[in-house]
Design a protein around this ligand. Structure first.
Ligand code: MN
Length: 243
């Protein structure tokens, strides 16, 4: 199983979660929210190829961390994966919208200059601005819209621009989310938890909870859970060979 967007470094005991994910055979994209978290988060993988680490600068932190863009640029050669990056259009981050756009554009340019990266992207209330930015810097790599929350019309535009999607349990339990997931090309879908920011009952989601999304995707696609797992594994192989 695959959790392609998880904040391993933000669990109270990150090493325990990483170890258990490895022992359960889950492949995890361990995302970071600031370049200064890069080194420590890489250490969580214990050199297991199952844990891939992404270099990120979260749009919600741009107000405080904009100057870390320089560190981002220094670290880009160390990884194939970038995230969490993107734009957040919620009112509480409006004050830094201009800086968010500058940082996201800067990151895309750094990725393009480095030959392209696999990128996990936040687009809450900002689908079209994210797509505009991707369109302005073609060649930055393969974009994966994580926790997609836009409209079906925006989704079509994202698909045309070559976007992939990582879907989580929260999306698969709302009518709007289900509609979007049903419209995504099956060969460009991966599962994620976005843990520890999502919950299963009173417990924060861990990478192995992607099994909930796997079961739900199997229902939507009208195939078995095994066939769904096979499809997702094939998707990941094809994604990894794209960059
Ligand atoms: Mn996240």
């Amino acid at each position: 199983m695959i959790d392609f967007h998880c904040h391993l470094d933000l669990y109270p005991d990150p090493h325990a979660v990483a170890r258990e994910a490895i022992s359960r055979g889950i492949r995890v994209l361990s995302v970071t929210t600031t370049p200064s978290a890069w080194r420590g988060t890489v250490g969580l993988s214990n050199s297991s190829p199952q844990i891939m680490t992404a270099l990120g600068l979260h749009p919600q932190l741009v107000g405080d961390r904009m100057r870390e863009l320089k560190t981002f640029e220094q670290l880009i050669e160390e990884t194939r994966f970038v995230g969490e990056i993107g734009l957040d259009g919620a009112p509480e981050y409006a004050e830094y919208w201009g800086d968010q756009e500058k940082v996201f554009d800067g990151i895309l340019r750094i990725c393009r200059a480095a030959g392209g990266r696999i990128m996990t992207i936040h687009s809450r209330r900002a689908t079209n601005p994210v797509l505009n930015a991707l369109e302005a810097v073609l060649g930055a790599g393969t974009p994966i819209l994580h926790w997609y929350s836009g409209t079906i019309k925006e989704l079509r535009r994202a698909i045309d621009l070559g976007c992939w999607f990582s879907v989580n349990h929260a999306m698969l339990t709302t009518g709007r989310g289900l509609k979007a997931v049903s419209a995504m090309p099956r060969t460009r879908v991966l599962t994620e938890t976005d843990g520890p920011f999502t919950w299963v009952g009173s417990e924060t989601m861990k990478p192995w909870h992607v099994e909930l999304s796997l079961a739900k995707l199997a229902e939507i696609w009208e195939i078995t859970v095994d066939a769904t797992n096979t499809q997702l594994n094939q998707n990941l192989e094809s994604l990894l060979s794209s960059q």
